[in-house]
Design a protein around this ligand. Structure first.
Ligand code: ADP
Length: 174
């Protein structure tokens, strides 16, 4: 299935799963993370607390992903993944690899949940400062690679502005 690209608010996305660009606390934050927790309600935070208590007491490692309910959101599940903070990975190649991990591990969660659709935000390109063109190429490449083995998955990238969407499209020659 071809990758879809949209402009909009991920909290309104009607998909089986949406991905949250979370931080390692998994307890909410700014940007898309704050928007998801606000719109989805306390059930998401409760599920995150449980994950912290049982699985990731030190916090969710960069590049990993976990699933929770989507609470009041139209989606069924939220996949929380932690993208790398640009400039804090050791070197740039490591940052690239961690961003690819965040996409890949999120997709793996989506498969485990039995979902056939997922919507991604532009992970790490907000306060985490990853250069958007570079992030765009990694995101697109990683998802394209995944789709070779999961051709029926419907993957959408959603951007908060037409400007960010254009950056993504241009970076990938779309
Ligand atoms: P990070 O900490 O991973 O950089 P941010 O939330 O700061 O995450 O930003 C990631 C991207 O998500 C940014 O490009 C930002 O414009 C975008 N974004 C913020 N809010 C929303 C939203 N409600 N829906 C879709 N994208 C959003």
């Amino acid at each position: 299935m071809p990758i879809r690209i949209e402009t909009g608010d991920i909290t309104r996305a009607r998909a089986c799963a949406i991905v949250n660009a979370a931080n390692s606390s998994c307890m909410g934050g700014g940007g898309v993370d704050g928007a998801i927790h606000r719109a989805g309600g306390s059930a998401i935070l409760e599920a995150c607390k449980e994950i912290r208590r049982t699985k990731y007491s030190e916090g969710l490692p960069t590049g990993q992903a976990v699933a929770t309910t989507a609470g009041r959101l139209p989606a069924k599940y939220v996949i929380h993944t932690v993208g790398p903070i640009w400039g804090r990975c050791g070197d740039e190649a490591r940052c690239d690899a961690l961003l690819a991990d965040a996409y890949r591990n999120s997709l793996q969660e989506v498969v485990k949940l039995g979902c056939d659709s997922v919507v991604f935000p532009a992970i790490s390109t907000g306060v985490y400062g990853f250069p958007p063109e570079r992030a765009a190429r990694i995101a697109y490449r990683t998802v394209s690679e995944f789709l070779k083995t999961h051709p029926d998955m419907r993957v959408t990238f959603i951007f908060h502005s037409d400007h960010s969407r254009r950056i993504f499209e241009k970076a990938n020659g779309l």
